[in-house]
Write a protein that binds this ligand. Structure first.
Ligand SMILES: [Zn+2]
Length: 477
């Protein structure tokens, strides 16, 4: 097979494998700007840094876009067993938790399968639920933390504990909605509590949280690689969020993806004499606590989205593993990748799966053909996040080898998406998208948030001011 872009590939590969730029950028994002959580100094600091870098690389139209989100600031949190023994545990609040003090019996629901909440309503009502971070084996689809939380609330829970199903990674974090105090606890401490509960039959716990919910301004970074001679006004988007959870450096998730986007921009500029269409490189803010950045972008740029050929989401893009593409139900794109991979002499595994939990989702909802970078093969064997969403997602977990592999594969892949003349993935209609959401059961999550709002209005004697503000908004996280 003749490779029409052999000169382009050689240029990109030589540059990628003789540069330390992604790791250098990663050090700045993680060690200087820390978590880059919305509203922290490192949020704006990292945005200014990325803007400067994209300009230095020769991108055009480099700027950031501001928007306001439901922000949150962590306070001290505690969990105590008050009877039959006295013992306290190291715990952390989950983002969007309200600040409050509650006491009740501990109810352990294991992995928290969908039927358990209704079935054990009498036990749960007025008490504190604990579930693990594992997706229940009995379920076909991934049962997200937010759904377990909402179902607990509608069974009457007054407090919520999210137990890591992985040992040795400490308490997990992850956004919920501001209704009842919610905590993360380590696998080890959670296991202690389940043993105590089994032995003593009844365990009373007290939760104290001091978190604050408040509006926060955050950002999306935009940078265009503009061809010398664009053939039309179609374009491609590649993006990753840059915000980590506030307890960690968010080095793998997401910074390894953000620096990969930067590296792609740097390399595409070098071959823009051969590039036929614009590639928009983006770093989204505020993904972790509700996909706010990509949703704001899709809202503000809706009119331009029909010219978007493809969106590649590189959340955690530089993590360990093969660098393939999971298409969000666009099987007609697999033959393109097979042909390109052959040309490139690269290994780019592909598969199909739609999931709503990252920044491709607002693009998917707007009929943009999209995919996520990653290792389809690893996904089949992995059951959770590991050190992801814990304080151990630190820079030392990221390897130059994989940052380079990501840049090598995705820069060349995106170049070809932008240049392909015979590119016609079928855009999904609104009806197809709705049917798809329903088929996957995601409509239930959305409906659940509305049900929860109704439940709160009808059943709560006193509504916390943070919950009041949440009820008025339309986001479900
Ligand atoms: Zn992420």
């Amino acid at each position: 097979m003749v490779n029409p872009y052999l000169d382009v590939d050689k240029k990109i590969m030589a540059e990628v494998y003789t540069s330390s730029e992604p790791m250098d950028n990663l050090e700045v994002l993680c060690d200087v700007h820390d978590s880059r959580f919305p509203g922290t100094p490192g949020d704006k600091g990292s945005v200014d840094y990325m803007v400067e870098k994209f300009k230095e690389y020769g991108c055009e139209n480099v700027h950031y876009e501001e928007y306001t989100i439901a922000g949150w600031t962590r306070g001290k949190a505690s969990l105590e067993v008050v009877s039959p023994i006295k013992k306290s545990f190291d715990v952390i609040s989950l983002p969007h938790s309200i600040g409050d003090t509650v006491e009740g019996k501990l109810v352990f629901l294991g992995d928290g399968a969908i039927d358990d909440y209704e079935k054990r309503k009498d036990e749960i009502d007025g008490n504190v639920v604990m579930v693990t971070s594992a997706s229940p084996l009995s379920m076909k689809r991934f049962l997200h933390r937010s759904e377990k939380y909402m179902r607990s609330i509608m069974a009457g829970a007054k407090g919520w504990i999210f137990m890591n199903h992985y040992p040795a990674y400490g308490p997990p974090t992850g956004g919920i909605s501001p209704v009842i105090p919610a905590l993360g606890i380590s696998h080890e401490d959670g296991s202690f509590l389940t043993r105590l509960l089994k032995r003593e039959k009844e365990v009373k716990v007290k939760i104290k949280t001091t978190d604050k919910n408040h509006p926060t301004v955050t950002y999306n970074v935009v940078a265009d690689v503009v061809p010398e001679k664009p053939v039309d006004d179609e374009y491609v988007v590649v993006g990753s969020h840059y915000d980590g959870h506030d307890i960690s450096q968010g080095a793998v998730d997401p910074a390894s993806g953000a620096v990969t986007v930067m590296e792609i921009a740097r390399n595409l500029v070098m071959v823009k004499d051969r590039l036929r269409r614009r590639v928009r490189c983006m770093c989204f803010g505020a993904e972790e606590i509700g996909l706010y950045g990509s949703r704001a972008y899709a809202r503000d740029h809706e009119a331009e989205l029909d010219k978007c050929r493809f969106m590649l989401n590189l959340d955690s893009g530089g993590s360990k593993g093969n660098k393939g593409v999971t298409f969000h139900d666009f099987p007609e794109l697999e033959p393109y990748v097979a042909r390109w991979a052959e040309e490139m002499k690269a290994y780019i595994p592909t598969d199909q799966r739609v999931s709503p939990y990252s920044d491709h989702w607002p693009f998917f909802l707007n009929s943009v053909p999209c995919g996520s970078g990653g290792d389809p093969e690893a996904r089949r064997t992995r059951t959770g996040r590991g050190y992801g969403h814990t304080r151990y997602d630190t820079l030392d977990k990221v390897e130059t080898t994989y940052l380079r592999l990501a840049a090598a594969n995705y820069t060349r892949f995106l170049f070809r998406v932008a240049n392909e003349e015979d590119w016609s993935p079928r855009r999904k209609t609104k009806e197809e998208i709705e049917a798809f959401i329903e088929e996957q059961g995601y409509d239930k999550t959305i409906a659940l948030a509305d049900q929860m709002r109704m439940y709160i209005k009808e059943n709560y004697e006193k509504i916390h001011p943070d919950t009041e503000a949440f009820i008025k908004r339309s986001d479900a996280w």
